[in-house]
Design a protein around this ligand. Structure first.
Ligand SMILES: O=C(O)C(=O)C[C@]1(C(=O)O)C=C[C@@H](O)C=C1
Length: 317
């Protein structure tokens, strides 16, 4: 396997990738952005891409949600990884906290240290970085355009030319970022009973109750949503899609049944894959929505056709 990820080496995304069995010894190509990582996947330079998708403090990583939604029908999420997030502030040796006027890091990281920075780096200017590690490594170049960076403790350990000025500066000490491993043309990993399925669903235009129609497809099949976010499609003002995670696997009868319902309401729905939950929390399914209940319902309807199905009647159960 050849992997790509939001780099350079030292990002939280690389830490997520290194939890994948075999990734440590595999080819790993750092990408400069999430769209760059997905492009390397699409053009065949890599077999799988690790990208951040959701943070417990800042919410969805919009760059990833948009890039995956636009990524084409054959992209599939095959694994999710949760990484606890801890930040440090680094600078070149000799720079003190009082000297700092400009700081760089990834926008999601900056959002997670905002209160600390307001209290400890008053009046500081923020310079957006393509990742935490890119911001930290930039300090090793001549004139990076900023004096300090917010990054993971790992980057600081790997580079003795960086000095840690403050440890554990995240505003929320329990922050966790969720990453997904995306591949092309891959069948879903086998169901485990503790699975998620990710969907991208365009909201039908100008129809009262369209969102309710979509959500009902899940609720009537006893399916829990673990994430729902709306994003503009970019086509015109008011045109949105929903990025949704549900508890369950494509192999579950209730999920397949819900997908059929969703397709009727929104034919542009995209299936982005079913994969094991990182927290391994088993999905509770009541008897009403069990495999047996769906099988029994299908068999009962089939049996209503005395003498078999009439010719030409399509199988749609
Ligand atoms: O910049 C990095 O190190 C990343 O891996 C990106 C990223 C993100 O996109 O949220 C990942 C985890 C942290 O929440 C901050 C930044």
């Amino acid at each position: 396997m050849r992997y790509t990820y939001l780099g350079p080496s030292g990002t939280f995304t690389e830490a997520a990738l290194l939890t994948v069995p075999g990734a440590l010894d595999a080819a790993r190509v750092p990408a400069t952005s999430v769209p760059d990582a997905l492009e390397r996947l699409r053009n065949g330079e890599a077999d799988a891409a690790m990208v951040p998708i959701e943070n417990s403090v800042e919410g969805g990583v919009t760059a990833t949600l948009d890039a995956i939604a636009a990524g084409g029908a054959d992209l599939r999420i095959i694994r999710e990884v949760l990484v606890p997030i801890t930040f440090v502030l680094v600078a070149r040796p000799g720079v003190s906290l009082e000297d700092i006027r400009t700081v760089s890091t990834h926008t999601h990281a900056w959002a997670q240290v905002r209160a600390w920075a307001a209290a400890n780096l008053r009046g500081v200017d923020y310079v957006p970085g393509s990742s935490t590690a890119a911001a930290a490594l930039g300090l090793l170049h001549e004139n990076p355009g900023y004096q300090a960076a917010v990054c993971s403790p790992t980057v600081a350990q790997q580079h003795p030319d960086l000095e840690v000025l403050a440890h554990n500066i995240g505003d929320n000490k329990n922050a966790v970022t969720r990453f997904v491993l995306v591949a092309r043309n891959k069948p879903a990993p086998a169901p485990t009973g503790a699975d998620k399925t990710t969907l991208v669903i365009p909201l039908p235009q100008d129809r009262p109750g369209a969102l309710l129609d979509l959500l009902e497809q899940f609720s009537t099949r006893g399916i829990n949503l673990s994430r729902i976010e709306s994003r503009p499609t970019g086509e015109f003002l008011g045109s949105y899609f929903f990025s949704i995670d549900i508890d369950g696997h494509l192999h579950d009868a209730r999920v397949r049944d819900a997908l059929r319902g969703i397709h009727r309401v929104s034919p542009g729905v995209q299936y982005l894959g079913s994969y094991p939950r990182a927290d391994q929390r088993v999905t509770a399914v009541d008897t009403l929505h069990s495999e047996d209940a769906f099988d029994a319902a299908r068999d009962w309807v089939e049996a209503l056709f005395v003498g078999g199905r009439p010719e030409g009647l399509k199988h749609n159960i």
